[in-house]
Design a protein around this ligand. Structure first.
Ligand code: AMP
Length: 297
């Protein structure tokens, strides 16, 4: 499970993140905690961060991305994580996309907590953390509005965003989040190794390969149709998603020049190539046609 928790300070991200982290057995990465650790260790980043934390301002993106790169280099980040308090700016979101592409990790889910401002101030005052003076709290909320709310639209466009009412009691918010980690059934997996492609083609199976890229908006429209295709036809065909930047040689093998492109392959032979977003019926109709043509029904 890969999950980003967005939401204003005091929204309850940290509380929910630690519950979900235990349930799913993936690390909870709190950017605030990483920064407070850096300050305690008096590292270079810590020295840069201290004044920003005290004033309720954001720490510069480069320093944050440095910490993120370090954290993602750890072994425990391979198979899942929950990010709490990162990304907080568009530049950080882009930085994370680039990093995930390099690491060949799938696109995360994003949850955004919406909470009434009055309730946030009450909660933050009650927490009484050292960096929570009234002025700093006000500033942190204003900075959230300015810098972080654009991410709601950013992830909304990528169709991976769920809004959650964070004004509800902790237990109800947890219940709203619990469904997110259910294993996805019948969905098309991402290629993690070139051998996945060969395995999908074995036994003369028809392979539908959705060639995509993390930065590609329209690709996010094709992806759910591939999941549906896997659900509808999965017992007779293979459906895989391919990050073309992670596996350029596979994309080249099938002459993929742009994304999104969906290729239909059997026995290593390219049968059809569809460029751009199409209605589901077009993809599904092509599968029916190709299965019919070779008489393997
Ligand atoms: P938090 O514990 O998440 O509320 O973070 C505490 C403080 O750390 C924030 O008010 C910022 O000063 C700083 N901070 C945490 N995460 C980030 C981030 N992603 N980018 C910049 N500054 C951050």
């Amino acid at each position: 499970m890969r999950l980003i928790l967005l939401g204003p300070p005091g929204a309850g991200k940290g509380t929910q993140a630690s519950t979900l982290s235990e349930r799913w057995g993936v690390p909870h990465v709190s950017m605030g905690d990483l920064l407070r650790e850096a300050i305690a260790q008096e590292s270079e980043v810590g020295r840069q961060a201290q004044a920003a934390l005290e004033a309720g301002e954001l720490v510069p993106d480069e320093a944050i991305m440095g910490l993120v790169h370090q954290r993602f280099a750890c072994e425990d980040m391979q198979s899942g994580w929950i990010l709490d308090g990162f990304p907080r700016t568009l530049a950080q979101a882009e930085g994370l996309n680039d990093l995930l592409a390099i690491l060949q990790q799938p696109y995360p889910k994003v949850v955004c907590f919406e909470v009434m401002t009055g309730l946030l101030i009450d909660r933050l005052m009650a927490m009484g953390r050292a960096d929570d003076t009234v002025a700093a709290i006000r500033r942190r909320l204003a900075v959230y509005e300015e810098e972080t709310t654009p991410l709601i639209e950013y992830y909304g466009r990528r169709l991976c965003l769920t809004m959650v009412n964070g004004s509800l009691p902790v237990g109800e918010v947890a219940a709203a989040l619990s469904g997110l980690g259910e294993p996805e059934t019948g969905t098309a997996a991402f290629v993690k190794d070139e051998a996945d492609v060969d395995a999908a083609l074995s036994g003369g199976r028809l392979l539908v390969l959705d060639c995509t890229a993390t930065w590609c908006g329209p690709c996010k429209l094709v992806a759910p149709m591939m999941d549906r295709l896997a659900g509808d036809w999965g017992d007779r065909i293979s459906v895989l998603k391919l990050d073309v930047e992670a596996f350029p040689s596979v994309a080249k093998r099938y002459g993929v020049k742009g994304v999104p492109t969906v290729v239909f392959v059997r026995e290593g032979v390219l049968l059809e190539k569809m460029v751009g977003v199409k209605p589901y019926e077009i993809f599904s109709g092509e599968v029916a046609r190709l299965l019919g043509h070779t008489g393997d029904e």
